[in-house]
Ligand binder design. Structure first.
Ligand code: HEM
Length: 381
């Protein structure tokens, strides 16, 4: 059970009082169109500050940036009031290293509510160590951390108020959008590249998180400056970083080799296929079949009355199938006790996959001295 002293009160107060202030402002002050649009622009600006700045630049170093770009991101990210770069990125690096474990501050396995906001409201011991020496070496980050409250007040409240003449509190919207990365992005969507951990790819999450919703990709390839790699996927953070590179504000945009990315995708596809295959009957595995000589096949036919024929080193029992053979019973009758590999493969008729799949269920034995072949195999392609 949680007790009063487990609560991180400063966060709890910020997260409850500020939306109330925002609602109060909204209900008591007449909303002007220009101010509405300014709130929207500032919401996007601060959101991108978190995604392109706190996340993809400082946490993952997925690209390099000029000091000017860093200052822009500082202003934007601080305006979202999600903590200092040093605090945020430390937590984020711990999250990546210990995903889904007790040491993961946003551990999705503790539930959606915890991953969304609970982790901020309940005090947590710092159980894990990660390297943040690159962050502490930067004087800008140290200053922001030491005087965070002042910076947050300015960029979160004073600046937007000065511009609009109103206290909007619109950064509350940014909070819930970006918190979705820790919560929804671990619950909704596809495990496109790996399913050992909870992060998922989802377009809806991407829409509310400025493109961070392709979270399965991100956890696999965190040093990639992109989260979405398909042209049709929504990733405005990637577009912002890329556009900034055109004017030299960002550079060395890191991209994981597509060969490796595709291997991940294929791995998951193969896994899904393997699951589906488990539910289908592929007949007895070839290596589990008895091995018969040609003479033994003949004897079995005469002693048991079974209708056996041989194709590509495998002996098939077509007793029950003969009457249903689409090519007619005659061809099969004439094939009993014979190796009809060439007739089956084009000599009489070149059978389609349907026949090759079907005959797996008729496997009876393998022929001694032959190399039995799988009826359908994609290995050669
Ligand atoms: C276990 C053995 C066999 C199975 C499971 C089998 C199954 C089938 C199936 C499902 C078709 C429909 C079309 C297709 O899938 O390509 C077919 C067509 C045919 N089969 Fe077989 N077959 C077997 C052996 C043979 C043999 C040994 C011969 C000839 C000596 C033969 C001659 C034909 C012919 C001529 C057709 C074409 C029928 C048409 O479309 O007019 N089949 N067979």
């Amino acid at each position: 059970m949680l007790s009063v002293k487990d609560i991180a009160w400063e966060n709890a107060i910020v997260l409850t009082v500020t939306p109330m202030l925002a609602l109060y402002g909204l209900s008591t002050v007449k909303l002007q169109l220009a101010t509405f649009w300014w709130a929207f622009v500032y919401y996007v600006f601060t959101g991108i500050g978190i995604t392109a700045g706190y996340h993809r630049y400082w946490s993952h170093r997925s690209y390099d940036a000029t000091r000017l770009w860093q200052l822009i991101l500082f202003a934007a990210g601080t305006g979202a009031v999600e903590g200092s770069v040093k605090w945020w990125c430390r937590g984020h690096r711990v999250h990546h290293r210990f995903t889904d474990t007790d040491k993961d501050p946003y551990n999705a396995k503790r539930g959606l509510l915890w991953a969304h906001i609970g982790w901020m409201i309940v005090k947590q011991e710092k159980k894990a160590k990660v390297d943040i020496s690159d962050l502490t070496a930067d004087p800008l980050i140290r200053i922001q951390h030491d005087y965070y409250l002042l910076f947050a007040l300015f960029w979160g409240f004073v600046f937007p108020t000065l511009v609009a003449g109103l206290l909007w509190g619109d950064w509350v919207g940014v909070h819930h959008a970006t918190f979705c990365i820790n919560s929804l992005a671990h619950y909704l969507g596809e495990n496109t590249f790996d399913d050992r951990r909870t992060p998922k790819d989802n377009m809806i999450t991407a829409l509310v998180t400025f493109g961070e919703g392709y979270h399965n990709f991100h956890h696999e390839f965190p040093s990639d400056y992109r989260n979405a790699i398909q042209w049709h996927q929504y990733d405005p953070t990637k577009w912002t970083i890329w556009v900034a590179s055109l004017v030299g504000l960002t550079y060395n945009l890191k991209i994981f080799p597509s060969n490796e990315i595709e291997k991940g995708r294929v791995y998951m596809q193969e896994k899904k296929i393997a699951e589906i295959k488990k539910s289908l009957n592929y007949g007895k595995p070839l290596q589990d079949l008895p091995v018969l000589t040609f003479e033994e096949v003949k004897t079995t036919i005469s002693e048991t009355g079974k209708k056996l024929l041989i194709i590509s080193g495998v002996v098939y029992d077509v007793t029950d199938f003969m009457k249903d053979h689409p090519g007619g019973i005659g061809f099969l009758k004439a094939s009993i006790g014979r190796d009809v590999t060439s007739s089956f493969n084009g000599g009489v008729y070149d059978h389609a996959n349907a026949a090759r799949n079907l005959m797996q269920g008729f496997r009876f034995a393998t022929l001694k001295g032959a190399v039995p072949e799988e009826e359908t195999s994609v290995e050669d392609y």
